[in-house]
Structures are given as C-alpha cells and as structure tokens.
Design a protein around this ligand. Structure first.
Ligand code: KG4
Ligand code: ZN
Length: 332
C-alpha cells in the first residue's frame, strides 16, 4: 500500500490531495482562481503563479490536518511537473521538492496529462489497460491509447485550438463569461442546433487530427451577422463540436479495438459536458466498448489525479531526482 501527497498547480486550480493505492481519497482541497481571472476573460499566468504561491503551503498543512496525518506517513510527494503555465508548475514542483527534502521522502514528478489519463482508474478498479482515452480540456484535445503506466500512444491531437478552448472562445463571443464550457452547455439546452449552419472541420479526413479554430471563427461570423439567437449559436456550435469529436473518435476506436482495448474513457474538463458524454457513450456501445466517465470532480483539474498517478508510479518503484526540471511543454 502506498500513501501519496499530490500537488496540482499547472493552470488556475491550486489543489492538494492525499490518496492511497487502494483508491481512497483520504483528504483533498481545491481552490479555484476563477474570481481572479474572470475580469480578464481567461487565465493570466502571472496572477495564477502568485495565487498558487500564496495558497499552496497552507493548503498542504490543511490537507494533512484533514487527513489526521503527517508528512512522515507519506510514501512519496507527487506534483505536476508540466505541461502547463510554467510559473504555476514551478511553484507546485518546488513546494513538492521542499516537502520531499524536509521529510526525506521520494519526489515523483507527474505529467499533468498522465494525471488525467490515469485518473479513471482511481474511480474504477475494473478499468484495465489498454483503453482508449479522449482527453479534452482547456489546453488539450487528444485521443490516446493508454497501454500502461508511462506507455501511451497518441492517436490524434489538435492542430489549433483545444476543445475546451473552443468552448471558452465561443462563450466569449456570446458574452457568457469565463470559464465558458458550462455556460455554453447550459445555453445550448435552450437552442436549436439546426438553426445555424456551421462547418465540421476535418470531418471524414484520414489525418489523425482535431481542428476547432475554423468552427470558432464561423461562430464569430454568425454572431456578427446578428440574425441568430445566442441559444441557437450555442446549440449549433456544441453539435458541430460533437460531430467532429465522434468522427475523429471513430477512427481511433478502430485502432484501439485492434490493440485489444475494452473501454472508451473520457477525461479532462470537457468530460463534464453531458451531450458529449452521451455521444461518446453511444459510440462505445456501437463498438462493444465499456464507457467510463469519472465523476466530474475527477475530470476537471484536481490533485487527487496527481496523487493517484503518483501511487501508480510508486507501486512500480518510480521516483524522480530533486533537480527535476519543470516543463511548460511535455507531450505524453
Ligand atoms: O481539465 P480542465 O479543468 O483544465 C485544463 O487542464 O484545461 O478543463 C477546463 C476546460 C475549460 O476549457 C472549460 O470550459 C471546459 O474544460 N469545460 C467544459 C465544460 N466544463 C468545463 N466544456 C464543455 N462543457 C462543459 N460542461
Ligand atoms: Zn487539466
């Protein structure tokens, strides 16, 4: 059994969690910086790094107190080491290094994407490798074949915007504020997706890519035309995005089935979207795959997923040196 303290600070969530390898989230805290960034309509890296620096140390103490544990009872200290906004990543990683040094425990640097990729296994003990993962967040949109811890095959990635980014930009165009994904989803419920013709970039393409920039621009032009209701624009955008995701995912499913995958898993903040979940569930069912969507709190950025990735790595005997570098870019 391993008990790991995990830290996440790569974007605008400051988060700390203690997780055990038998899938218990012993304690966790998360502080969103939405209020700080809202006036700017997006995450401001410098503000994010400062907020992480202010909040992280007291939050580590609070989580240890919540758990009734000490650092000495941890088997390792894990932190996101990238990719992400470098200032925030450095705050989290340096904090983890200091805790590891002070306690004499090993350091485990976790790739944030790996945290998302493995988090479904924290929620679902029956989920075994390999599985097909759609990782869709504000910064990433990838289809990955997760073959094992540290063994990932990328089957598709975005050549421009991430899916969450497209939702956020659409929200901005429609004046819905930040963060935009949930607001677009809510408004889409009241609209007619067929009322606005929008493009489906790369639909039917053999290239293993996503592309959402053209869709976002089409939403902007449609909004500027001034003839459509915002709810119809939101609904049409969401449906076009779903059509693109499903078209891309269909190709990846064929590869994943050939490699023995038995499940289609969705992770990242966009996994909170009920319409996207439903479409993926349908695709999974058509192909005899189990559909796994972790609880929403595990889909958006959190520290339990980092602590859990730490558990998986610790069980394999993995640790990192104290001079490990923070990496703003770090493909899986
Ligand atoms: O994983 P996450 O919390 O942070 C990143 O690593 O980016 O994902 C946040 C992203 C944002 O772009 C947000 O708008 C999007 O996930 N998102 C959604 C929904 N909830 C969050 N997108 C569509 N529908 C939602 N319900
Ligand atoms: Zn994330």
């Amino acid at each position: 059994m391993k008990t790991i303290l995990g830290i996440e600070s790569s974007c605008d969530e400051t988060a700390v969690a203690i997780v055990t390898s038998d899938r218990q989230i012993v304690a966790q805290r998360i502080a969103s910086q939405d209020d700080e960034h809202r006036p700017f309509g997006g995450v401001v890296p410098e503000i994010a790094a400062r907020a992480h620096a202010e909040r992280l140390a007291p939050m580590v103490q609070a989580v240890l107190d919540d758990a009734g544990m000490t650092l000495g009872q941890m088997d390792a200290i894990a932190a996101t080491a990238g990719p992400g906004l470098i200032g925030g990543v450095m705050v989290g990683l340096v904090t983890a290094k200091a805790l590891a040094m002070a306690s004499g425990k090993p350091l485990i640097g976790v790739n944030h994407l790996e945290g998302h990729a493995l988090s479904p296994r924290l929620a679902d003990a029956s989920l075994t490798f390999p599985y097909l993962l759609l990782l869709a967040s504000g910064g990433h949109c990838q289809l990955l074949l997760v073959r094992g811890v540290g063994d990932y095959r990328r089957l598709a990635t975005t050549i421009d915007d991430a899916l969450g980014e497209a939702f956020d930009k659409t929200a901005k165009i429609l004046g819905l504020g930040y963060p935009g994904g949930p607001a677009v989803e809510r408004l889409a419920l009241e609209g007619d997706a067929k009322a606005v013709p929008l493009p489906r970039p790369l639909l039917g393409s053999a290239e293993p890519h996503f592309s959402f920039a053209g869709l976002k621009s089409a939403v902007l032009r449609a909004k500027q035309a001034g003839i459509h209701a915002d709810a119809d624009l939101a609904a049409a955008f969401q449906q076009a995005a779903i059509d693109c995701v499903i078209d891309r995912a269909k190709r990846a499913v064929a590869v994943a089935l050939a490699e023995g995958a038995t499940a289609l898993v969705v992770a990242g903040g966009v996994a909170a979207n009920k319409a996207i979940r439903a479409a993926l569930e349908g695709l999974a069912a058509q192909n005899g795959l189990a559909f796994v969507a972790p609880p929403l709190a595990l889909c958006t950025d959190n520290a339990a997923m980092i602590a859990w990735a730490g558990c998986e790595k610790a069980l394999l005997g993995h640790s990192d040196p104290l001079d490990m570098a923070a990496r703003p870019r770090w493909p899986l």
